[in-house]
Design a protein around this ligand. Structure first.
Ligand SMILES: [Zn+2]
Length: 418
């Protein structure tokens, strides 16, 4: 058990969310185990895990811009008395709901918060910590923690741009933002700056297509483009027995897809429907209606943040943008050849499901390289293999980050001193 706990602690470090050796994971099996020994938070973890009767618990202090964005939101929630951070992205809507904020690394407050939610933010000694419970496994606590870090990052930057648009800036807010921006520049400098040499297509057979999917999944996580727990990968592959739609399983980790890829048929007759990604219907519709051979889907942070930015401050549809939006939107930059539509759409196949909005957006006018679902993430397509899909994901996220700060600077002139 200790090995598994150490593995998930290490995944938070690889994802750039925590410093090496920092995340503490605990699990109650036949006995209580920890990811590492000698951590002063062990008694707290033991009390909480036994008090809640849960299988696993994670306590971790995020670092870098994740620390600063989470702390800023948590301190505001405490100062206003709200007691919650309420991010507006899709992961939060479907997975976390809201994030309770408690004061102090002490058991009572953490237990009260975790009895209602999967995760909570703890503010202690001027630092933000994440606590997350896993009812059956340590992996659940890891997934919750990485989703919390993502949600707070997205919520902070989205809120800042929205507040700049309505003229709600103060000197203190600007100073806090400038510090977070400088930290983000440092975080980004640690990441690879050019796309990797991925397997070239067309793939000779199903095994090669699977290997390419595993490689692409691992690289999007290593490049810091997406979190491992949210997203999916698929490939349309001819085989002697007919064409297959190979797709990652629901709940699989993008950086560990070996053994987690389902072969589905295009006519839907023999799909392993119970384990295939929840977005199988959307993937199939994209392949049916256009030339794509591969699809790479993840939640790159600034692409998600920009998708939620809108200058129609009086729009009657506000609050429902993730379900429907009458205004055609997109990321457009003629000089860069960038043309990425932004569409509404909920997860799944309901009336507002992205399976109705996304495929037509990608397949319009001879095909787009990618499309963003509002507040959710990017679906990038490849014409032959994953090299072009990866390049789209890479360039869209880089463009989105630069465009985000261009918009903030353009709207809030005093930030130009950065
Ligand atoms: Zn998604």
């Amino acid at each position: 058990m200790t090995d598994m706990l150490a593995k998930y602690a290490a995944k938070l470090v690889v994802a750039g969310l925590c410093a090496p050796g920092e995340p503490l994971l605990a699990a109650l099996d036949a006995e209580l185990s920890f990811s590492h020994a000698g951590d002063a938070r062990q008694p707290l973890a033991e009390t909480v895990i036994q008090g809640l009767g849960t299988a696993a618990l994670l306590i971790a202090r995020p670092m870098g811009a994740c620390q600063q964005t989470m702390l800023a939101l948590a301190e505001e929630a405490l100062a206003t008395g709200a007691g919650f951070v309420v991010p507006g992205d899709c992961e939060t809507r479907t997975f976390l709901h809201d994030l309770p904020v408690v004061r102090g690394l002490e058991a009572q407050g953490v237990m009260a918060a975790l009895s209602r939610r999967k995760g909570c933010i703890i503010v202690d000694s001027g630092q933000a910590f994440m606590a997350a419970a896993g009812s059956v496994s340590p992996e659940q606590a890891f997934v919750t923690a990485s989703s919390m870090a993502f949600a707070c990052f997205v919520a902070y930057f989205a809120k800042h741009l929205r507040d700049v648009r309505v003229g709600g800036m103060t000197a203190a807010r600007r100073a806090g933002f400038a510090a977070i921006r400088a930290q983000l520049d440092q975080d980004m400098a640690r990441l690879p700056q050019a796309p990797p040499p991925l397997l070239a297509g067309p793939f000779a057979d199903e095994d090669q297509a699977r290997a390419a999917m595993i490689e692409a999944g691992r690289c999007v996580v290593e490049y810091g483009l997406v979190d491992s727990s949210f997203g999916n990968v698929s490939c349309r592959q001819p085989t002697p027995a007919g064409e297959l739609l190979l797709i990652s399983q629901t709940g699989s980790s993008l950086d560990e897809l070996g053994g987690c890829i389902d072969p589905c048929r295009f006519d839907g007759t023999s799909c392993v429907g119970l384990t295939a990604s929840s977005e199988l219907v959307a993937h199939r519709a994209i392949y049916d209606g256009g030339p794509a051979r591969t699809i790479l889907h993840g939640h790159p942070r600034f692409a998600v943040i920009l998708s939620m930015d809108c200058d129609k401050l009086e729009c009657p549809g506000l609050g429902q943008c993730h379900r429907s939006c009458a205004t055609p939107r997109g990321l457009l930059d003629a000089a860069l050849g960038l043309d990425i539509p932004i569409v509404p759409g909920e997860v799944g196949t309901g009336p507002f499901g992205l399976c109705n909005t996304l495929p037509p957006a990608l397949n319009q006018e001879g095909g787009k390289r990618g499309a963003i679902v509002y507040g959710h993430g990017l679906f990038a397509t490849g014409a032959v293999d994953f090299r072009d899909a990866f390049a789209t994901l890479f360039s869209v996220e880089r463009y989105s980050r630069e465009e985000y700060f261009r918009r903030v600077d353009g709207l809030d002139g005093t930030a130009l001193s950065h």
